[in-house]
Design a protein around this ligand. Structure first.
Ligand code: DX5
Ligand code: ZN
Length: 225
């Protein structure tokens, strides 16, 4: 049976009580914490640094933390996030002058490494790096903000990448980020995603457990088909 992972994105969490909110969403059934890092250059928004990640670990958060770098200069930040307690680090190919070097740096720091691909970026870029990737993150909204609508043509990209992964390296996890909710998660899963990044749909709901249960119900129904 295929494993699906729910990755609540803290971009939509209540930052005034971040530790508590993250603990709550994990207790409600979240599997991985998605940690969006923005520098106000690569994207027009500014979010969290390594200090915040370290604070979550200090608070007692033990779940895997998935750092999504949406910044211009990635290499300096990677050792800092790894030391702070990251498990996965993904970056956008435009942000690195030496993509293999950056992927190796992430692994040397003890983390799983991934490339994040924007909705308008061609998938051709992936072919040179398949042997070096633990994760492929496909953006299904333009990076920068939560609460956007899922860009439907990305479903075809998910399907294409799933097939490529199955052809060459079935161990790569396929992560999809943006605009996922209870109503469209089954389509994203059918297209081939393993990890579902979900921000506003979970954090803006009144009851995290109810929402995550609904999401998991949709995924379990696929297993029964
Ligand atoms: C957007 C971020 C996403 C965002 C998703 O740049 O990478 O992780 O938090 O939020 P929703 O699920 O609200 O689209
Ligand atoms: Zn993200």
């Amino acid at each position: 049976m295929k494993n699906f992972f729910i990755a609540p994105s803290i971009l939509s969490a209540d930052c005034s009580k971040l530790g508590q909110d993250v603990a709550d969403v994990l207790r409600a059934g979240g599997d991985i914490i998605h940690f969006d890092v923005m520098d106000n250059h690569y994207v027009p928004n500014l979010t969290f640094g390594p200090m915040v990640l370290k604070s979550l670990r200090k608070y007692g958060i033990q779940a895997p933390i998935d750092v999504h770098l949406m910044v211009n200069c990635v290499d300096n930040l990677i050792p800092l996030f790894a030391k702070a307690g990251a498990d996965f680090i993904t970056f956008h190919p435009e942000s690195s002058k030496n993509i293999i070097g950056t992927l190796s740096l992430i692994k040397q720091c003890g983390c799983k490494a991934g490339l994040a691909i924007n909705p308008n970026t061609s998938l051709n870029i992936l072919s040179d790096f398949m042997d070096h990737l633990d994760i492929i993150l496909l953006m299904s909204v333009m990076p920068g903000f939560s609460g956007q609508k899922f860009i439907l043509p990305v479903l075809r990209k998910i399907d294409y990448v799933r097939k490529k992964i199955n052809e060459v390296n079935a161990k790569i996890l396929l992560e999809v980020d943006g605009g996922i909710n209870v109503n469209n998660i089954a389509n994203v899963a059918c297209a081939g995603a393993d990890i579902f990044v979900i921000g506003s749909c979970i954090f803006q709901s009144n009851n995290y457990k109810y929402t995550i249960d609904m999401i998991k119900k949709k995924l379990n129904a696929l297993h029964k088909k």
